[in-house]
Design a protein around this ligand. Structure first.
Ligand code: HEC
Ligand code: HEC
Length: 423
């Protein structure tokens, strides 16, 4: 059929098909998704080796991350210039062109593209575990990628680097998933191994958002959508970690000093390392709180536990206390900004406000104190677990006492009622 011989309507349909075909040959994928040409970029921002220990009263200015690139850090008036001496970051922008090329190709093979993401290496058995235990199926990742583009990308960035266009303007900055560290988790390893996050932890964060930060609650998403997004966050996180570790290798061992024979295999070998961390984080390490002491259910019992909690909060670590004031200066009202593991700024929470990022339920506070908050410098305190013999004999529990104290702290009338003086 030609336009000359056909009806007007047929002609219009035919023409639009030609236009669409022409547009697609220039690269069009899913009409609501990404172009097939789009690849995850190879990282260029500095890799933090040792976060600086300086503290400041004010956070970074709106529109900047503290460490944007090495060029900025080289300026003598940069607040973090001293880092160049104390533990300089690694600079991915100086990666040799050959190394960058092999990294890009191998990463594309392992992780696909934003339109067709995958998490799969050369080992079929391992790939099966990725699919079964971490939902890394192609279908789920494709759905997750689309939802991520719609809801998360402008903050968390295309590759999950926490550097989307909005990221520079909000404080705290959105999470960079690449180091595999998550703050608000319910899991902890008894042997002290570093944990990632359980799928439920990630889904909870997305469903509820993080109070007091720009991270919104996505409570209208269905469980299925949340599960696809969670799988995709894990995909980006594993991808980021493989890239991070490979890049550290390339930058630490220049050509001629390599401790491996084959670059591609070196990069591939990081996939099981990161995958294993995620597997073990799904395997039943959820912290179940010790039973809430019966004694705390009465008014006097509760009052006593709030006082005990206050005491533990103030007591220094060398006297078996919580040492909480060490960072939460003046209960957090006078705490300074410091640097976290991502090289962004964090401030020990002002605990008189009653705003908790990881959730305000008693169990959320319990998990924060029990586990610490990864990457922020708040480590898990050795003094709260296991429960001491004295505690068991007295029916008390130091961790629950701290939770009770924290729940009273923000309210002046309750502080007065329980005799807590903080001014
Ligand atoms: C408006 C910006 C914004 C948007 C949109 C956003 N986030 Fe976030 N997100 C943040 C910020 C800010 C934090 C870090 C808060 C902190 O460090 O306390 C964060 C943290 C997180 C964390 C880390 C939680 C932890 O335990 O450390 C995850 C996971 C996350 N976001 C996932 C998502 C997903 C998935 C989406 C889309 C459905 C999304 N976010 C959309 C700003 C955003
Ligand atoms: C080494 C420093 C340090 C010590 C010691 C410390 N914290 Fe923190 N704490 C922090 C930092 C930093 C944050 C902010 C983390 C964030 O928002 O990412 C924080 C946040 C918190 C939060 C808020 C969690 C949320 O969901 O927003 C609570 C509750 C808390 N700390 C309780 C305690 C208690 C109780 C102790 C003593 C047992 C303690 N902290 C000891 C550094 C510390």
């Amino acid at each position: 059929m030609t336009c000359a011989s056909g009806s007007r309507k047929e002609c219009a349909t035919w023409l639009s098909a030609v236009v669409l075909l022409a547009a697609c040959s220039a690269g069009c994928g899913d009409p609501d998704g990404y172009s097939p040409e789009l690849r995850y970029p190879v990282r260029t921002d500095p890799i933090i080796v040792k976060p600086p220990t300086t503290e400041t009263a004010v956070p970074d200015r709106p529109g900047v991350l503290p460490i944007m690139n090495m060029l900025a850090l080289n300026a003598p008036n940069h607040p973090l210039h001293s880092m160049l001496k104390d533990g300089p970051p690694l600079d991915p922008s100086v990666l040799a062109p050959n190394d960058r090329a092999v990294l890009q190709t191998t990463m594309d093979e392992l992780f696909g593209t934003p339109l067709v993401p995958r998490t799969a290496g050369p080992d079929a058995e391992f790939n099966l575990r990725l699919r079964e235990e971490l939902d890394q199926t192609d279908a789920k990742l494709a759905t997750g990628s689309l939802l991520y583009r719609q809801h998360c990308l402008h903050c968390h960035g295309l590759a999950g680097d926490g550097r989307g266009p909005t990221a520079f303007w909000i404080n705290p900055h959105p999470r960079d998933y690449r180091p595999g560290l998550y703050k608000f988790i319910s899991i902890s390893d008894p042997q002290g191994r570093e944990m990632r996050a359980s799928k439920e932890d990630l889904a909870r964060t997305v469903r509820r958002g993080l109070d007091g930060t720009a991270m919104p609650a996505f409570s209208t998403l269905s469980d299925e959508e949340l599960s696809a997004i969670t799988a995709y966050v894990i995909h980006l996180s594993i991808r980021g970690e493989v890239e991070l570790n490979s890049m550290k290798n390339f930058l630490t061992f220049p050509a001629g000093q390599r401790t491996w024979d084959n670059d591609k295999e070196m990069i591939q070998s990081w996939l099981p390392t990161s995958g294993d961390n995620w597997f073990s984080s799904q395997q039943g390490a959820v912290v179940t709180p010790k039973p809430y002491p019966k004694a705390y259910e009465s008014e006097e019992g509760f009052a006593q536990s709030v006082k005990d909690g206050w005491d533990i909060f103030k007591t220094p670590g060398d006297k078996q206390g919580g040492d909480c004031l060490k960072c939460h200066t003046d209960y957090g009202r006078k705490a300074q900004f410091r640097y976290d593991a991502w090289g962004t700024m964090v401030r020990p929470a002002d605990l008189t406000l009653g705003v908790y990022r990881g959730g305000r339920r008693p169990i959320d506070l319990y998990w924060r104190i029990h586990n610490g908050i990864a990457g922020s410098g708040m480590v898990r305190s050795p003094h709260f677990q296991p429960t001491t013999k004295d505690e068991i004999a007295s029916g008390k529990d130091r961790l629950w006492s701290l939770v009770n104290f924290l729940q009273v702290l923000p309210y002046p009338a309750m502080r007065e009622k329980y005799g807590i003086k903080i001014d």
